[in-house]
Design a protein around this ligand. Structure first.
Ligand SMILES: *Cc1c(COP(=O)(O)O)cnc(C)c1O
Length: 389
């Protein structure tokens, strides 16, 4: 990478390391032979830099990691079998019983469930804060054993924004931002002093709904520490998924550009619709943290959520009425998807956590895809009017 190269060019050049093949080779071996006992031993000692066993290190996965590190402006990156594999491994790698985690209450449902269940069961104390209250993270992070702060921005499901400068300035040993909704194209948490940027690359980075993979980007000493646990947790990324995700990175910039612009168009259109009671999109001037989003994001992402009058029943009818837009719970792919977080991504949370996470019963989350915006608007219009109570 040359200095001052633009990020969309880096999406094309990242992770190539002098490779001649323009597409990454899929390294299918789980194990590599050696010419003797001492070589095997040496490769194992080299850890994630060695070539011995695929749970320790895999060349295709490595190429994906190097590409993500470049896009995030990080020293290094580490991939996992999924976004949850990344989050769980980081938490258990960095925290011990008696430690304290501060996390925002507006989080991906799986992360909330991890913190409420397995993390608390390990004797790790968790405080949830409202990311939209200025100073809330720092205030809660004052306990003597606060080890890790977890933010997600923009956040599931109502697009709350956490202030990256504020999170980056917290004195806790580790700060982590789940940046999945933004992708490295829209924001770079590490530039704000955050230690770890995390993605479910299953979503927009992979971008084609055909790779389940998670990744963190951070300084090498953090990556080494998390890797040491990662080989024991076993949530290693598959080379097939790493290959698909790396292919996704090549078009990430142009996909994001189109998806963010369509999301902006849909958000403004929805905000004017008489069936819509609220639109949550960080790019709208009406978003309560629009000014923070404008400071830390170069574009506002492809995710928005919308509340429609008629609550749960209206959402059910809406999901049945859409034809082009597909009801599904994932995001970041070519197809525009809609989901009802209260009964899917956030299902199983108690009503208090649901309310705190802002997964209202009348709320629909939309992942904006690559279709023509006019066709999407026609479909949404049909579903909203058909659905009139
Ligand atoms: C999907 C998602 C995850 C979990 O990632 P998986 O790859 O499904 O394990 C975590 N955080 C956010 C914001 C997500 O959207």
């Amino acid at each position: 990478m040359t200095e001052n190269q633009h990020l969309d060019t880096t999406a094309i050049t990242a992770g190539r390391r002098g490779m001649r093949g323009l597409s990454a080779d899929i390294s299918t071996s789980t194990v590599w032979s050696s010419d003797g006992l001492s070589t095997t031993h040496n490769e194992i000692l080299r850890g994630r830099r060695g070539k011995a066993y695929s749970r320790y290190a895999n060349p295709t996965v490595r190429q994906f990691e190097e590409a993500v590190a470049e896009l995030e402006g990080a020293e290094d990156a580490l991939a996992f079998a999924s976004g949850m594999g990344a989050i769980a491994t980081v938490v258990f790698a960095l925290c011990s019983p008696g430690d304290h985690i501060v996390a925002q209450q507006q989080l991906y449902g799986g992360t909330l469930a991890l913190l409420a269940g397995p993390v608390r069961r390990m004797g790790i104390d968790v405080t949830l804060v409202d990311a939209t209250v200025p100073g809330a993270f720092a205030e809660a992070a004052k306990k003597p054993r606060t080890m890790l702060v977890i933010a997600e921005t923009p956040a599931n499901p109502a697009l709350a924004i956490a202030d990256l400068d504020e999170v980056g300035a917290i004195g806790a040993p580790f700060t982590l931002v789940d940046s999945t909704f933004a992708t490295p194209m829209c924001q770079q948490p590490l530039c704000h002093g955050v230690n770890i940027s995390l993605h479910s690359a299953t979503k927009a980075i992979g971008g084609h709904n055909d790779a389940l993979i998670g990744v963190i980007a951070a300084d090498t000493d953090i990556i080494d520490a998390v890797w040491a646990h990662s080989v024991l947790h076993g949530a290693a990324a598959s080379p097939y998924d790493a290959h698909n995700a790396l292919r996704g990175i090549r078009t990430l910039a142009v996909r994001q550009e189109r998806q963010c612009s369509t999301a902006t168009e849909l958000a403004s259109w929805l905000a004017r619709h008489d069936r819509v009671t609220a639109v949550h999109y960080p790019g709208l001037a009406t978003h309560p943290q629009h000014a923070i989003a404008a400071r830390q994001m170069t574009a506002f992402g492809s995710m928005l959520s919308v509340e429609i009058d008629g609550g749960h029943d209206a959402c059910t009818r809406f999901l049945q009425a859409v034809e082009l837009v597909r009801p599904a719970t994932s995001l970041g792919g070519p197809e525009t998807l809609v989901c009802h977080p209260a009964s899917s991504t956030h299902f199983g949370l108690d009503s208090e956590s649901l309310a705190a996470s802002a997964a209202a019963d009348g709320l629909l989350r939309i992942s904006v895809g690559l279709e023509n915006p006019a066709d999407l608007i026609a479909d949404l219009e049909r579903a909203l009017t058909k659905n009139r109570p």
